[in-house]
Design a protein around this ligand. Structure first.
Ligand code: SF4
Ligand code: MG
Length: 316
């Protein structure tokens, strides 16, 4: 099977602090194929981070299923569960929050190696050095603590820790959005380089369309807890079929060389995930909406010959 990691119709809600339930994921199906770089894109609050946590097993769906190598992740136990957690690693937006400030970088990496018993004890220092080299940090970095590094360097350490256990998949949730623009490209290029060298499968979650264009082969576009369009990145960017994708792309006209701003970027606020609009959740902002169908009927994924799936009653 070319699909390595899959979400099937996953639903996840959370109790809201002031009552009601946040509908973070409202039936998401997504296939991550072996060896690909898949982008997941959408505005903040659309459910991207919740999806990331489900894919790596940090959280479980209320309904639906996440599978890895066709096995239901929620049903895994013992050695199989540990194997899954080793194989599917996460890189967080804020590397500082996810690194123990009291441990040296060398100890942090050594701890990951020990937990999964991947190398004999005496080989750990050499492996630590190798991991630091893989993320372009000098061997001396092992002796220092997280606060002694810049944001970009700390994210490299976060990546080294994920790599320590030889994962097959890395899910990166906005891994460069907290970094200075000047160091973002270096970290993005590191992902590209590691993926090439190690044959990793990479899920790259971001709100930054330029990064998606640069790094990914396929892209899934999310809006209010659903995927509205999913396809080959170049095709989706050149010929977006969903009005929301079109609006997102129009906000960054220089993405396509020579392209002019085609239409107004998406206007208005994202509606609250506590109470998403009926029918197609995008109908309150969609320039193509027709009533009553768009506010009454949830659009299913439409497949047409040679096209990719898009959830819209009137796709382009
Ligand atoms: Fe717009 Fe209707 Fe398509 Fe939703 S289903 S994106 S409201 S045209
Ligand atoms: Mg997020």
């Amino acid at each position: 099977d070319e699909v390595l990691l899959r979400a099937r119709d996953v639903v996840r809600t959370f109790r809201a602090p002031r009552g009601g339930r946040v509908q973070a994921l409202r039936g998401v199906s997504l296939s991550v194929r072996r060896g690909e770089v898949l982008g997941v894109v959408g505005e903040s609050g659309c459910g991207k981070s919740t999806l990331a946590r489900l894919l790596v097993g940090l959280d479980a769906p209320d309904a639906g299923q996440v599978t890895f190598d066709d096995g239901d992740v929620s049903a895994l136990q013992g050695a199989e569960r540990r194997g899954f957690h080793r194989n599917v690693q996460m890189v967080f937006q804020d590397p500082y929050g996810s690194l123990n400030p009291r441990l040296t970088v060398g100890d942090t990496l050594a701890e990951a190696l020990r937990v999964h018993q991947l190398v004999p004890r005496e080989a750990i220092p050499a492996r630590v050095e190798e991991l630091l080299a893989a993320v372009n940090l000098p061997p001396e970095a092992a002796k220092r603590r997280p606060h002694e590094f810049s944001g970009g360097q700390r994210q490299r350490i976060g990546i080294a820790r994920a790599l320590a256990v030889n994962p097959r998949v890395i899910v990166a949730d906005e891994p460069v959005s907290a970094l200075d623009v000047s160091v973002q490209a270096g970290v993005v290029n590191l992902f590209a380089e590691l993926r090439e060298k190690l044959g990793l499968t990479l899920v790259f979650i971001t709100h930054d369309l330029r990064l998606v264009r640069h790094l990914t082969e396929r892209v899934a576009v999310m809006y209010l807890g659903k995927i509205v369009e999913e396809g080959v990145t170049g095709q989706v960017f050149d010929h977006p079929r969903h009005p929301y994708t079109r609006a997102l792309l129009s906000a960054v006209p220089r993405l396509v060389p020579g392209a002019k701003r085609r239409e107004a970027p998406v206007s208005g606020e994202v509606p609250s995930p506590l109470n998403p609009p009926t029918g197609c959740a995008f109908h309150t902002r969609c320039p193509k909406a027709q009533f009553p169908i768009c506010s009454a009927e949830v659009p299913e994924n439409v497949f047409r010959d040679g096209d990719w799936p898009v959830a819209c009653h009137f796709p382009d």
